[in-house]
Design a protein. Structure first.
Length: 314
RNA sequence: CGCGGGGUGGAGCAAUUGGAAGCUCGUCAGGCUCAUAACCUGAAGGUUGCCGGUUCGAGUCCGGCCCCCGCAA
């Protein structure tokens, strides 16, 4: 009665999605018929055409790869996908809109992993937004896609605590560690009717937005606790930064401190540590990265820059 | 031909118009101290990324190459 193997098509693009693809490719109950990802794009300093990470992984696994910049407009690809006659589609950070015409192709619909506890933090920057919002818990949601942006019914969720030192980078690692199995088990359970989709409560929904590089510029009039969260949320990208002597300097690690003996933006030293005063409290700098340089401890940074301590940041 | 920053002892940075390669830190040795990430004295450690050129003389100027990093995508 129960099928022993389910055929699927995998949709994904960035590094985050790669462990999920591996999970399904290696899983005895799933048969990955094809992988859909975004086109190669010019990247890097020489603008070399670079394939997305999922494509590289898929080719290593000898899977069929389809690339497209838009599923909505690509009728030919839709026909091909229909031809696979799969049970389910899996979408992990595809970065493309999946139109209804595509969602309807697989017999059982399309299942998706979203790194937040939906309905909170819908949209493209859920992890960063959760840190910025000072959430203590976030998570991974496995849901069915519908036409809306992360609005589909939920099948299963896993909670992940956000520690004092967690960053977007460290939480992504957690998601890559726990997510693949959660997704494959949930997909299997769903296909075998063990899970019932639960609609989201739209009244509790919050929306996140795509981050821009300039969102990382620090405003020292804000309070130090928020700035410290910003540093954690923006690692590794877009990076929280300030400018000093026409040089852009990313803060990779910093801590919040209550004391604030000086006006916002003033850089001072206390007990061997370097602080920047803010609108409320101050920020203890720990690891920074001047553009064009490698990451270094604040001690090293200050050593070669006499005059940094004692100056003011705007 | 996308734009830009940078390679100088182990680390971070200097070096005016080409004219003895220095500073801060670390390391090692010794000293002082009840003690210390403190302080004092001394020492080691460089083919200034690589190759070639100009010059009496190149870290510095010219040409080529390698490597690191940011922007942009």
């Amino acid at each position: 009665m129960a099928k022993s193997r389910f055929s699927v098509v995998f949709f994904g693009t960035p590094e985050l999605a790669v462990p999920f693809l591996h999970e399904f490719a290696a899983h005895p109950r799933f048969d990955v018929k094809a992988v859909v990802t975004q086109p190669d794009r010019p990247a890097g300093r020489k603008h070399l055409l670079t394939p997305p990470p999922v494509k590289i992984a898929a080719e290593e696994l000898r899977l069929i790869v389809h690339q497209t910049a838009s599923l909505k407009k690509n009728q030919a690809l839709q026909k091909i996908l229909e031809g696979y006659q799969v049970d389910l589609c899996i979408a992990v950070a595809i970065g493309l809109l999946l139109p209804l015409s595509v969602l309807k192709i697989p017999r059982a619909g399309t299942i998706n992993m979203h790194p937040s506890l939906l309905p909170k933090f819908r949209g493209p920057s859920p992890v960063q937004s959760a840190i910025l919002a000072d959430e203590k818990i976030t998570g991974i949601s496995v849901m069915l896609l519908d036409e809306g942006m992360d609005t589909g019914p939920i099948l299963k969720q896993m909670r992940l605590p956000i520690g004092e030192k967690d960053t977007t980078e460290s939480l992504y690692a957690q998601i890559q560690h726990h997510g693949p199995r959660l997704l494959s088990e949930t997909a299997l359970g769903y296909l075998e009717n063990a899970f019932k989709p639960t609609p989201q409560d739209d009244s509790l929904a919050t929306q996140t937005f795509l981050l821009k590089k300039t969102d990382g510029k620090i405003d020292w009039r804000q309070d130090a606790a928020s700035i410290a969260r910003m540093v954690r949320a923006f690692v590794p990208w877009p990076g929280a930064y300030f400018e000093w002597q026409d040089q852009k300097i990313d803060i990779l690690q910093a801590e919040f401190s209550e004391k604030r003996p000086k006006p916002p933006g003033y850089i001072f030293e206390n007990a061997g540590h370097v602080f920047v005063a803010t609108g409320k409290g101050s920020l203890k700098l720990k690891v920074v990265k001047p553009s064009g340089k490698k990451a270094m401890s604040i001690d090293e940074f200050v050593r070669g820059r006499p005059g940094f301590v004692g100056s003011s940041l705007s």
